[in-house]
Design a protein around this ligand. Structure first.
Ligand code: NAD
Length: 468
């Protein structure tokens, strides 16, 4: 789907008109579809406060990029930055800074009290105006749930407010800000998340907080095709976000089983044949669906590694006017079916070791939406399901959710124009996302290196103003 306003506002005349009228001027987002390209380029500045735990890991992850690394120096509170490794050149924050940064990365794991928060100001105040367009701010903190002392928890929780505000300030240049909350000792699990949040693959993800747990060290993966040898089930794969997920997982090396309702078979087969996958006709609300899916995966592949519950529907009506089948169908497709399919796959031990389950929620499930009591109920239920399942999964399995905001698909193209324009502009990046933005987030969850990422709900919404 095309956003005409985004195109017009990026012409010379459009820019002037937007400026004069005080209209939003969204910047086209850089996206990266090829996997053999560096995940970030340009100049990156790394900073860390005293007692930082992740900075050495950050240095080694970033050394593998094509970027020029610098570490902050000349400030007492930031003296651990030097641990960013030999490749990082010192950069004095007191002096004039001539670089334009593609990313500012700050290890805040050492912040133990509200006074320590001053280190954020010391690092970002002289550098934030030096960020280029489509740039990244990434802060690494410690999950406050693991901080015993209240001032420690306060300092770590504070990072969330900081990052969410920074995201709102830098979004107009197409830039994003996110926070990784590590469990103590989870440094080795940072790699895939640092790569994702610094790369153009997270173009439409901003203002998000991701919890990273300590897990067994992840096995080395092939960076160009990290999902080689994996089998993925993607429901609702014939179009929109589902088709983008199928294509992205196949790009990363997975063999994809696309599933959709029987009337969508022609479209589905176009998607699956282009990626050498298989098509499965199935209505996931059918009582026989879980068994049919389980039998198919067992017969063809002996099981499944990645289960992506993407199929979804809306049946909008205000509650008093809503026919009961609107309610029942919406809950069944968006919520109950996912649970029943997982139960079948787990019970029959078809979900393999280190498997991944990803569910699709929605910002409507977080903030609620007029005329969508059924849909918001289902999509909020998805969050409860994911959080509870995350505590139960075994054998290296993880379960996470994405909550898309306004994504340019047939679903959103069918919205009335005023609602559609509001959905597109009411976020820090002032534009809608693309199906690939959701797909790339799912590919990051699915990476074998993301084994510490479990029980998260990441919004792919350009930091929508709707919801928290
Ligand atoms: P879409 O309507 O374009 O695609 C949904 C797919 O699910 C279709 O191919 C449809 O045939 C399939 N499907 C529906 N019912 C099914 C059933 N009973 N069994 C099997 N397949 C079924 O939607 P989309 O915009 O691509 O959305 C994909 C997911 O993302 C959905 O879960 C949706 O709720 C969610 N989402 C989308 C947006 C957005 O802006 N587009 C925002 C938030 C959440």
């Amino acid at each position: 789907m095309s956003d005409l306003y985004l195109k017009i506002v990026n012409t010379a005349a459009g820019k002037t008109a937007a400026q004069t009228l005080g209209l939003p001027a969204p910047v086209p987002l850089k996206r990266l579809r090829r996997t053999d390209q560096p995940f970030i380029e340009g100049d990156i500045l790394i900073g860390a406060a005293g007692g930082a735990k992740a900075v050495a890991t950050l240095g080694s992850v970033l050394s593998a990029s094509a970027a020029n690394l610098h570490h902050a120096s000349g400030n007492q509170r930031l003296n651990d930055s030097a641990k960013a490794g030999n490749k990082a050149q010192p950069l004095e924050l007191g002096a004039d800074i001539h670089q334009t940064f593609s990313a500012l990365v700050f290890d805040a794991t050492g912040l133990r009290s509200p006074d320590d928060l001053r280190a954020l100001y010391d690092f970002f105040h002289p550098t934030i105006k030096k960020l280029g367009g489509n740039a990244r701010v990434l802060v690494i903190g410690q999950n406050p749930a693991s901080c015993r002392k209240p001032p420690h928890a306060a300092a770590q929780q504070a990072l969330e407010g900081f990052v969410r505000s920074v995201g709102k300030e830098i979004g107009k240049k197409g830039s994003t800000a996110n926070l990784l909350w590590m469990a103590p000792g989870a440094e080795k699990q940072l790699d895939s998340s640092v790569r994702f949040f610094l790369s153009p693959r997270s173009a439409y993800v901003s203002g998000q907080v991701v919890k990273i747990g300590k897990r067994e060290s992840s096995k080395a993966t092939n960076p160009v095709a990290p999902l080689t040898g994996k089998v993925a089930l993607v429901t609702g794969a014939s179009r929109g976000i589902g088709a983008a997920i199928a294509e992205t997982l196949a790009r990363d090396g997975a063999t994809v089983v696309g599933l959709d309702i029987p009337p969508a078979m022609e479209e589905l087969e176009k998607v699956t044949s282009a990626i050498n996958g298989k098509a499965l006709a199935c209505d996931i609300t059918d009582a026989k669906a879980p068994k049919l899916i389980g039998d198919f995966l067992e017969e063809h592949f002996g099981g499944v590694d990645l289960v992506i519950h993407n199929a979804g529907i809306t049946r909008d009506k205000t509650l008093g006017n809503m026919p009961e089948h609107f309610w029942d169908m919406t809950i069944a497709v968006n919520l109950s079916a996912e649970e029943l399919i997982d139960e079948e796959l787990i019970h029959r031990e078809l979900l393999k070791e280190n498997g991944r389950i990803v569910c699709i929620s929605s910002i409507s499930g977080i903030a609620g939406n007029f005329g969508q009591t059924n849909y918001s109920t289902a999509k909020c239920g998805v969050i409860g399901y994911v959080e509870a399942m995350a505590r139960q999964v075994r054998n290296g399995v993880t379960i996470n959710a994405v909550a898309p905001g306004f994504i340019e698909t047939q679903m959103t193209a069918a919205m009335p124009i005023t609602l559609r324009e509001a959905g597109r502009r009411m976020n820090s990046l002032s534009q809608g996302g693309q199906p690939v933005d959701v797909a790339e987030t799912i590919a990051w969850y699915c990476s074998p290196a993301s084994n510490g990422v479990n029980g998260n709900v990441v919004r792919v919404c350009g930091q929508s103003l709707i919801g928290k």
